[in-house]
Ligand binder design. Structure first.
Ligand code: PRP
Ligand code: ZN
Length: 297
């Protein structure tokens, strides 16, 4: 294959991952001359181009060296790793990306008497993930027949072509609509940045390292929250102890109320209602949780 000096990233052409993946790359400072109906997007600022393809094709394109990286669901990557022959280049998950969360689960008809995986013995299970399903069945020592379908897996029990299914679940709406009940989670999935285990040793490797650093910054900020609250000086210790992880909070005086303080804390992740309620109980009030847009330490 001809050596390339531009980095090429494979990405889902149209689907649940497309918009958030493009958004993430934009936040990393990558912009593209976009003809999104076409297969190729030319990178404008940095030497990074996009190839828009079917998500199932992404691991193969990386393994063949057609693309250097891919943004793909962990479910697709792991299915490829489960089924790829040994002479195929090893792929790895460089970063979890925090969107496109879903799970790969077994589900059975709502009226089926199911208690444990062994109850699947001798049954037919429809799936688009035969590699991951077979792997799980083996680990559970269950002998079941795997029926591989490209799509519309959820209606297989109704059509009589399978007794149970193994498919992606996000909201669970599709399962409910098909009178199915989720029983076992095989894999927790999300979009990941996938690539070869060994980075290219030329300029593309440098570009990948630069991209990884920017990604880390973007992901860190995206998950950060700024917590603002007011507290009395006497409750300060109790309030501070309950703050989610992060750097030391900043304290500011409140004009005209010498016993009160304004506290500002950067939190590493989401701050839940339950955490807020606990902090309030300890003596805080006027609490705000704000998203962080940019951060330069
Ligand atoms: C996925 C998956 C399920 C559904 C689950 O299909 O295959 O059918 O989403 O989502 P839910 O739990 O929110 O209902 P998708 O719509 O991505 O289409 P595809 O299977 O044809 O790729
Ligand atoms: Zn798909």
């Amino acid at each position: 294959m001809k050596p390339r000096d531009r980095l090429r990233i494979a990405m889902q052409k149209s689907g649940r991952l497309t918009e958030p993946a493009l958004d993430l790359l934009n936040r990393c400072g990558l912009t593209f001359r976009q003809s999104r109906d076409k297969l190729f997007c030319f990178g404008e600022g940095e030497p990074v181009d996009l190839l828009l393809v079917r998500d199932d094709d992404i691991p193969g394109l990386i393994a063949q060296g057609v693309c250097d990286l891919g943004i793909v669901g962990r479910n697709v990557l792991d299915e490829f790793r489960c089924t790829a022959s040994e002479d195929v280049a090893a792929l790895t998950e460089w970063r979890p990306l925090g969107f496109g969360r879903c799970r790969l689960s077994v589900a059975v008809p709502q009226d089926m008497d199911y208690r444990q995986p062994q109850d699947l013995g001798g049954l037919r299970i429809a799936t688009s993930y035969p590699g991951l399903l077979n792997h799980w069945l083996k680990a559970q020592s269950v002998d079941a027949a795997v029926v591989t379908l490209a799509g519309s897996v959820e209606i297989a029990p109704k059509l009589g072509t399978a007794d149970a299914i193994c498919d992606l679940v996000q909201s669970g709406g599709t399962l409910v609509a098909n009178q199915l009940r989720e029983t076992d989670v095989l894999l927790e999935s999300e979009a990941v940045l996938a690539g070869p285990q060994a980075l290219p040793t030329d300029e593309r490797g440098d570009m990948i390292n630069l991209l990884l650093k920017r990604l880390d910054g973007v992901i860190q900020v995206r998950e950060s929250r700024l917590l603002l609250l007011q507290t009395s000086r006497t409750a300060l210790d109790a309030v501070t102890r309950l703050l989610p992880g992060g750097p030391q909070p900043t304290l500011l005086p409140v004009a005209g109320q010498p016993d009160q303080l304004m506290l500002q804390a950067l939190c590493a992740g989401e701050v839940s209602w339950r955490q807020l309620e606990e902090i309030k109980k300890a003596g805080a009030r006027e609490m705000f949780v704000l998203p962080v847009e940019k951060m330069l330490a």
